[in-house]
Design a protein around this ligand. Sequence first.
Ligand SMILES: Cc1ncc(COP(=O)(O)O)c(C=O)c1O
Length: 435
Amino acid sequence: MMNPISDYQKKTRNSAKLFARSKKLHVNGVSHNIRFYEPYPFVVKKSKGKNLVDVDGNKFVDYWNGHWSLILGHAPKKVKDSLKKQIENGWMYGTVNDQTIKLSDIISKSVPVAEKIRYVTSGTEATMYAVRLARSVTGKKIIAKVDGGWHGYTSDLLKSVNWPFSESESSGVLNEEKIISIPYNDLEGSLKILKKFSKDLAGVIIEPVLGGGGCIPATKEYLKGIQEFVHKNNSLFILDEIVTGFRFRFGCLYPTMKLDPDIVTLGKIVGGGMAIGVMCGKKEIMQYADTKGKKKSERSYVGGGTFSANPASMIAGYVTLLELKRNNSIYSKINELGDFARKELGKTFGDKVILTGKGSLFMTHFVKNGITEITNSTQAAKCDSLMLQKYHFTMIAQNGIFFLPGKLGAISAAHSKRDINNLVEASEFFINSKK
Ligand SMILES: Cc1ncc(COP(=O)(O)O)c(C=O)c1O
């Protein structure tokens, strides 16, 4: 097998030059930390369907899919046409617009808890608001999250994201003692901690499938158990469905587990590939955000953002959701492709890996340190992340397949069984070269 680094360098000469310029202008050359990988990331020129095309003309079958936001693939025609039309009519109003009402109509009908909605332009803002709202509603300060839970870069929730979870993630983050961390999928362990902090517990925020933390589904029993405790304690149960919302079915994941969250955050898919974040919830909770006639001390001041509910994001989200609703078979297709990918990759790698995920999301963990199952981020962190990076990089360099190195893969409506078969074949070649 040729050296993947030299193969990569040979085919990405223009990217190398451009990225050198990018490095001069941007910290580490990027604007999102995870987008950098060694020796340098390729620079994208355009995208369409399942493909990214770089500035050297290389085409990649993309499993990163815009941070998993592009469930219909890149630049799907209907969304593109609606955006073109929107551009003709102006793309930034800074006022109330009909596009927002359309998107909210469809979200409120498909997400039962979305009795009231607030839009922002990132998932990070949505979870920041959710935390503030929970504190306002309960008059308490502590928020619990899980080890490995990723809710964006908000200072509040930038804690216990990466292994070792007990170490602070960043300097400059204050009041970290107001965020506590609980072990994912370990109800007994979690309740023990929650009980200790119950008096000042404003809420718990959890992803029903850990995304950044290793593509690990939560068990229904775990989520139900946490919810029960939280509600008995008069705290709020916040589900972060920014990755999972509209990913596995038309709507959120929580109704399939008969959960009753107070606040749900959405993002990614519901923006159709444009910038979005959504905080929605029960009326009696969301009404704290209504500033009308309230003293400062009574209100939850969550509602800002120059670009909040801009018509371009709203229309892209609306058309995407409309397409998913009209064409529900997209879900059976991509969920089945995900099952197929997990099964076939599992056969290819044998006991060298554990495949995690759900539906169209999947992740390959190379076993290390005696790990035999992955139900939480600690186990995922103990796996061989270096080997995963090598595997993903080899896919990029030699097989025209793109995973953001180290991250989970997402299947879109633009992928086919042949793509998965190609991935399996390339993986087979990779693992055989390691023997
Ligand atoms: C579960 C979850 N919550 C929140 C966020 C933050 O969203 P954004 O990157 O749009 O700020 C992410 C981003 O990946 C996420 O996966």
